[in-house]
Structure formats: C-alpha cells, structure tokens
Design a protein around this ligand. Structure first.
Ligand code: AMP
Length: 429
C-alpha cells in the first residue's frame, strides 16, 4: 500500500510512525511533513490546505490511500475532490466537516437531534444584535466565532465589557478573519473536560482510548491557551458507566442524527465533552484527531492502522480489529520560548540521537526542520515526547525522563501533565 498523509504536525508524525509499522505499507509520502517526519516518510513541500496542489500531487504519485490530519483540507473539500475520482481517502466530505467548520451549524445539529449541549442564547451576523443580546444572558458567557479561527475563536467572558471587547475585535474589526463574521453565544458549562474520539466508516464506529489534553501554557492551568501542551490517556480516565452514557446519549445519537440529515460521515470524529453534574454535554466537534491527543492515542494502538484506515475508506470498518494496549500513555509537548506568544525559530535541538532506542519513548516532531545535518526549531510546539506504559505514573516518568535529555534554547514544557491526580515526578527541573 502507498499512503499519502496530509499535514505537518505532531499528529501527522504520530500517524506516519504508526502507519510505517504495517507490513502492508510500501511507501509513505507526507505533505508537507516536517524535520522529524522526513526520517519516516518522503516529505513533499505542499500546503495541506491547498486542495488543487494536493490533488495534483496525488495525480502524480497515485497513492492507494490518503489520510488527512488537519481540518483545513477537509473544510476546503479535499475528500469531495478525491471521492469524485474514486481515490481512497480517510476524512469527511465538506458538508460533514461543517460539524467543525461552523460552530452554528454544529450547535443547530445538536439541538435538532436533542443531543446534550450548552444552551444557545443566539447566533448573530449583526454586531448590533450581538451587543443587544448581552442584556439577556447569564454570566460567565461563552462566545464562539462561527468559523475556523486557529483555536482563537472561543472566549469564556466573565462580564459584559469583556464580551463586548471580544465581539468588537472579532466581528467589527475582523481580527480573526472571515471565521469571525458570525458569532454564537452560549451558556458556560462547568466540569472536567474529556475528549472522546471515534473512527467511523459512516455505518460502524470504533472509539479510540479516552484522552485528556492540557490547553493552558503553564502548570496549574495558568496562562493563555495553546494548541495543546500535552495529553494523556489511561483506562481509568473513563469508567465503564460513563463510557456507556457517552455512547448512548452522545455518540450514537450523533451518528443517527447525521444519517437522518442525509450526511455521510467518514473518518475520525472528535467529540469535546464537558462532564457536568447533569451528565456529559458536547462542547464541540472536530472532524479529525486532536493534537496532541493523537500522539497519546497511537502509542496505545495494538492493531494495524494502515489496514484499519483502508477498511474505513472502503466502508467496511470492523471495530473488533481495534485492539489497545492496556494501561496508559502520556505526551509532553516541548515548546519554543515565548509560545503561545512570539517566539524565535531556528534553535538547534540536541539530545535526540537514539532517544527512542535508549528510553523506549517516541518523540513526535511538530515544529522542526532539517538544517544541514542539524535539526532546528520551526514552530511554537516543537516536539511531543510520548510514552506508553502499564500505568499513568510509569508513562509520565518515561516521558519526563526523556524530555530532560532534550534541549534547545528557550525550551519549556509543563511539569504537571496527567494532573490533577498529582501523579507527576518531574525529572531534571
Ligand atoms: P471549543 O473550540 O468549542 O471546544 O472551545 C474551546 C474551549 O473553550 C473548550 O475546550 C472549553 O475549554 C471552552 N468552552 C467551549 N464551550 C464552552 C462552554 N459552553 N462552557 C464552558 N467552556 C467552554
């Protein structure tokens, strides 16, 4: 099998790493890939969000299967273009990808099918109406820009001035681009967050192991939001009762709702949940694997990912094939100094030689590139140090031991991945 993976972050490196282990796989390309993926696949300098460019590449290399990592190619219709040519691809069609591409579409979908979610106060395309609605809501209030805004489109506002300032920045000044033209206002939910990700072929589905990510930049959930500073997975994250509730009240009604709407959904579906006192409620859908969650997930896979993804593309997923290593995993993201604000790139990374052989951890690259013989930083999130083990304590210990061997100027990482259980003993601080 020849496979094309689209994307160039830690999630895509994790996918490539796992796909490469399959005896069925002959060759992997990755567009655009990165400095670490280059060791496992042939990287091709194409922007994943540029559908015509990816289409032309696929025409040339004729992959037997294409796997889409990020959301942008999906909301730009890459699966529609490939499917029209009968090229096999994993990832939903444009209409189905609207579950992520439009927060308003997604909220209306949830409400239409009575799937538990935060109450909606309204959806607005007029700034004046959005301001006026602020008199009729409870505080704190959640404001969501409708379209894709690179993770910056959601604010939990404590009061009216904060909410007004966000509406002004996003709707009036257009600071987040076209994704901010419409705004959804909804109730703020309280509880612990949990990511529940499934793989579906449109008929059958299989859940991934449960994961939780850490979005804030500093320990103790302090500082601004990031794309994710780490994630962990463990069997005890999701007791059987809660798992059954999520499946019966959220996952299955979602799949039935899609079918009832005539929307065929194929690929990974990420359900962001708030575990409230009244039960789990949907915060958001993503039409892909989360990152860094994907990194914590792949190291627990005890099945042939290439075979399973090919099955999905052929609409014959067999959920029984998805076997998992029992225990846990942890992914610690090593970030550039200053991230998620301004940061420098081009810093030489040391300590990676033979690290997988010495420590048994996998180091997935996100923001790296090759510079001659050296590997240098090229993004905010640089590496995802990821380990699987029999317990979460052991997985964290392995990941942190390996992280302590790696160095680049300005490098920082959270020392409390896997908290609140206080499981961590960081090394090298
Ligand atoms: P979203 O992209 O919709 O998941 O929002 C990003 C983050 O905002 C979530 O991971 C939550 O931490 C927070 N969030 C979103 N919706 C709500 C809500 N209704 N109540 C509380 N927090 C929320």
């Amino acid at each position: 099998m020849k496979i094309l993976v689209i994307g160039g972050g830690g999630r895509e490196h994790a996918l490539v790493w796992k796909l490469k282990q399959s005896a069925l796989v002959e060759k992997i390309w990755c567009a655009p890939g990165n400095g670490g993926i280059a060791a496992d696949a042939e990287c091709v300098a194409r922007d994943g969000g540029d559908v015509p460019a990816i289409f032309a590449l696929a025409e040339k290399i004729a992959p037997g299967l294409t796997v889409v990592g990020p959301e942008l190619p999906l909301v730009h219709g890459i699966s529609d273009a490939f499917t029209a040519r009968h090229w096999k691809i994993v990832g939903p069609l444009l209409q189905a990808a609207q579950l992520e591409g439009s927060k308003i579409y997604s909220k209306q979908f949830l409400l239409r099918h009575a799937i538990p979610t935060a109450k909606m106060y309204g959806a607005f395309d007029s700034v004046a109406d959005a301001y006026a609605a602020l008199d009729r809501v409870a505080w704190p209030l959640v404001l969501k820009a409708d379209g894709l805004c690179a993770g910056k489109g959601v604010l939990v506002a404590k009061d009216k001035p904060e909410a007004r300032a966000f509406i002004e920045r996003v709707m009036e000044k257009g600071e987040l681009g076209p994704g901010g033209q419409r705004m959804l206002l909804e109730e703020a939910l309280e509880g612990d967050e949990l990511s529940f990700i499934i793989l579906t072929d449109g008929h059958r589905y299989a859940p991934m192991v449960p994961t939780r990510d850490h979005k804030r930049v500093f320990d103790g959930n302090a500082g601004p939001n990031t794309g994710g500073m780490g994630a962990y997975s463990s069997d005890d994250l999701l007791p059987a009762g809660l798992r059954d509730t999520i499946i019966s009240t959220i996952v299955e009604p979602t799949l039935r709702g899609l079918a009832r709407d005539g929307v065929s959904y194929q690929g990974f579906l990420y359900v962001g949940l708030m575990l409230t006192k009244a039960g789990p409620k949907v915060l958001e859908f993503n039409c892909r694997l989360g990152d860094p969650e994907a990194q914590a997930i792949v190291v627990r896979m005890d099945f042939d990912l290439a075979e399973v993804l090919a099955d999905v593309a052929d609409a014959r997923l067999d959920p029984a094939k998805l076997k998992w290593k029992s225990g846990a995993s942890a992914c610690v993201v090593l970030a550039s100094g200053g991230y998620p604000g301004k940061f420098d790139v081009g810093k030489t990374i040391s300590g990676l030689t033979c690290i997988e052989a010495y420590t048994g951890v996998s180091v997935f690259h996100a923001g790296t590139r090759r510079h001659g013989d050296a590997l240098v930083t090229s993004g905010g999130r640089v590496l995802g140090v990821t380990a699987a083990a029999a317990s979460i304590q052991d997985a964290l210990q392995k990941a942190y031991d390996a992280a302590a061997r790696i160095h680049f100027e300005g490098m920082h990482y959270r020392k409390d991945i896997g908290a609140p259980a206080g499981r961590l003993k960081a090394v090298g601080d």
